[in-house]
Design a protein around this ligand. Structure first.
Ligand code: BGP
Length: 478
């Protein structure tokens, strides 16, 4: 038997970075843009760190040429960005906004000029407020038609220019945070409504993937999920069962429906006991079957460790959004599992574990389960960076983090996983949804904070030239 030759990163590997419209663009009412649920939500006050919002963000809408020139200088191969639905259709449906459509044409053309592959995210959380007001957004099946209409406009406009598309960003986060924990818009805390909205999102996702097949036959599309592989705290069978349950509940609940068109039975059994009826309709199965992805997008930041959680145990909630280490609370679902500290790992200032091996483990687990190509659509370190008097930012901690995670991706490829690319989060600093501007992720520092837009000048961090050399050497120079 001939053993396969070891390979690290393939020739056309997509060395990229990612962002989202609300977090970078700003210009929140410019050129006919309508209001999104995030625009409205932050205006309620005190829902984000220091009341931070994306009205100006890092002004990418006006400075995209400067930002893309920096990407070109770095040698970036791919840039994942999201389209603001409210720029294309200010009211969510109805009249198209020519200026918004033109903006993304310019952005894509600018990327192409430097041979940077655009990766479009169709939905990164900024639902048009008009659809929320009209019928409750993702809680109504009316959104399936409207979402499909919006996606078809994007396919019509950009389908010949863009090959890679992410249909939905982190459904597991925006649904649970928006409908169950109530910390994202629309700020609802209701388990039944959360499960039902999630099912509608699944149908909408499958619907736009089916439309993609007709309109962008040569393209590739897949959803991106926030993925945290789980470890059990101990080898006690109760902890192993907690691990299995957490995995089904928090990961496969979303991924199985994308890739296999059905929910894990173990969780359906739990929902039955809780008398949660998903309101599945007769035609849903066929829609899900016709809407399977070409690849699976993975946003990986951390692994999670779980343990048994008794019926009177801890509940979900209690995130650290201040950057003060140790302020997050233990959380879980009573009777199922709880998330605990892992004594072998270190943590960021926001209490996220730092665990490159988790990415290796995660890619391998998903490859075994789904046999699909994987795109690392986000990975990065949120940290408080310091701009020196000489305009330098020495972010060796970010280089260490990214280096270890890229090595993990390489190991998974060597072990046989098909990984299309790696998008760091993020290229420039940007707004973190709940954590303000102090939680920085970029290779490029931007001069602003939560309360002051400042100069918005761009400064290259040490990690900029490091990633440049990683890309130039196709991942051998780490
Ligand atoms: C993911 C989102 C991104 C980004 C990132 C970092 O969940 O897709 O939009 O925000 O996480 O998270 P945070 O900003 O909470 O640090």
């Amino acid at each position: 038997m001939k053993l396969p030759t070891k390979k690290r990163f393939p020739e056309n590997f997509l060395w990229g970075s990612a962002s989202a419209a609300y977090q970078v663009e700003g210009a929140y009412t410019a050129d006919g843009k309508g209001a999104s649920i995030w625009d409205r939500y932050v205006s309620l006050g005190d829902v984000t760190y220091k009341g931070s919002h994306g009205q100006v963000a890092v002004d990418h809408y006006h400075r995209y040429k400067e930002d893309i020139a920096l990407m070109a200088e770095m040698g970036l191969k791919a840039y994942r960005f999201s389209i603001a639905w409210t720029r294309i259709l200010p009211m969510g449906r109805g009249a198209e906004n020519a200026a918004g459509i033109a903006f993304y044409h310019s952005l894509i053309d600018e990327l192409h000029q430097y041979d940077i592959e655009p990766i479009i995210t169709i939905y990164h959380w900024d639902l048009p407020q008009a659809l929320q007001d009209e019928y409750g957004g993702w809680e109504s099946r009316q959104i399936i038609t409207d979402f499909d209409h919006y996606a078809r406009i994007l396919y019509r406009e950009y389908g010949t220019k863009v090959k890679y598309w992410v249909s939905m960003n982190e459904q597991n986060v925006f649904v649970t945070h928006g409908y169950s924990l109530g910390v994202h818009p629309p700020g609802i805390k209701d388990r039944l409504r959360s499960f039902r909205a999630n099912h509608i999102v699944n149908i909408a996702n499958a619907t736009i993937i089916a439309s993609f097949r007709d309109l962008v036959p040569d393209g590739k599309i897949g959803p991106s999920l926030a993925y945290s592989p789980f470890y059990a705290q101990t080898s006690h069978p109760d902890d192993i069962i907690a691990l299995e349950t957490a995995q089904d509940y928090l990961t496969y609940w979303y991924m199985d429906i994308y890739c296999r068109g059905r929910y894990p039975q173990s969780i359906l059994n739990i929902l039955e006991k809780l008398q949660i009826d998903l309101a599945i309709e007769a035609t849903d199965e066929a829609v899900l079957r016709a809407g399977k992805p070409d690849f699976l997008g993975i946003n990986y930041y951390q692994s999670l460790t779980v343990a048994h959680n008794p019926l009177d145990g801890v509940v979900m909630g209690g995130m650290n959004t201040s950057g003060k280490k140790g302020t997050s609370k233990e959380q879980g679902i009573p009777g199922l599992f709880k998330i605990v500290q892992n004594q072998y790992l270190t943590h960021t200032d926001w209490d996220w574990t730092i665990d490159a091996d988790g990415l290796y483990v995660g890619i391998k687990r998903l490859t075994s389960r789904y046999q699909l190509p994987i795109l690392i659509s986000e990975n990065g370190l949120g940290a408080i960076d310091v701009l020196d008097a000489d305009g330098k930012i020495h972010d060796s901690y970010r280089i260490d983090y990214l280096k270890a995670h890229i090595i993990a991706v390489g190991r998974a490829i060597e072990d046989g996983s098909d990984v299309l690319g790696y998008c760091s989060w993020s290229f420039t600093d940007l707004l973190s949804w709940l954590n303000g501007y102090q939680k920085r992720y970029g290779f490029v520092y931007i001069d602003r904070d939560e309360t002051d837009d400042r100069t918005l000048n761009r400064y290259k961090k040490d990690s900029f030239s490091w990633y440049q050399s990683v890309i130039r050497s196709n991942g051998s120079n780490l």
